[in-house]
Design a protein around this ligand. Structure first.
Ligand SMILES: [Zn+2]
Length: 202
């Protein structure tokens, strides 16, 4: 299975008041061992198809610059927080979904989205929170899982939690909660390295 490839921005309209072309989406590191990275999910594939079909792909591309404050290696797109960019009645709406209810990062994400769009010359946009259907780890991009692992965090998986350092499945849960509520703390029994695991959430 191959990852979707971001094509260069085309001359599609940016939306009301928007004039700046964004950079491309994050890409996979080809050196990453594929076996340790979960395959793309149907949920992510549906998100990608919606993005590709959007009349506002340049806005999605712009928003690739917005990172999750608690997981700065991940864009809000890769994390699945950015649900949709749509236009209604001549106004742009950015729909976001919190990873966990009451996630304190969401206020920062809202500010960063607003700053990103304002810098691009967008005016009169709205940022709305949508929690139905709720966020799940199935919304994560494969690139997100690769980036988590490269950052020493085991990505969410259905099977055994694998050590992001040596790849061993011989791992032990140390604590249900790590630096953030969405992560648990583990230790590898093979290389003895402690690491965080991004918990599976369905
Ligand atoms: Zn290990």
């Amino acid at each position: 299975m191959t990852a979707p490839v971001q094509t260069p921005a085309e001359a599609a309209p940016l939306g009301p008041g928007c004039s700046v072309i964004g950079s491309g989406a994050p890409h996979l590191d080809p050196s990453e061992p594929a076996a340790a990275i979960p395959l793309e999910t149907p949920e992510y594939a549906a998100r990608w198809a919606r993005r590709q079909a959007s009349a506002h792909r340049e806005l999605y591309a712009l928003l690739d610059a917005v990172r999750d404050p608690e997981l700065p290696e991940l864009s809000i797109w890769d994390l699945g927080v950015l649900r949709e960019v749509r236009e209604a009645g001549g106004a742009i709406t950015v729909a976001i979904t919190p990873t966990y209810s009451g996630c304190p990062a969401l206020a920062v994400i809202r500010e960063d989205i607003a700053a990103c769009l304002t810098r691009a010359g967008c005016q009169g946009f709205a940022i709305v929170e949508e929690t139905r259907p709720p966020w799940t780890t199935a919304l994560l991009s494969r690139a997100a899982c690769a980036q988590l692992r490269a950052g020493g965090v085991a990505p969410p998986v259905t099977g055994p939690v694998r050590c992001p350092v040596c790849g061993s499945a011989e791992t032990a849960l140390v604590s249900e909660f790590a630096s953030t509520a969405c992560k648990a703390h583990y230790r590898c029994r093979n290389c003895l390295e402690p690491f965080d695991h991004f918990k599976m959430l369905k």
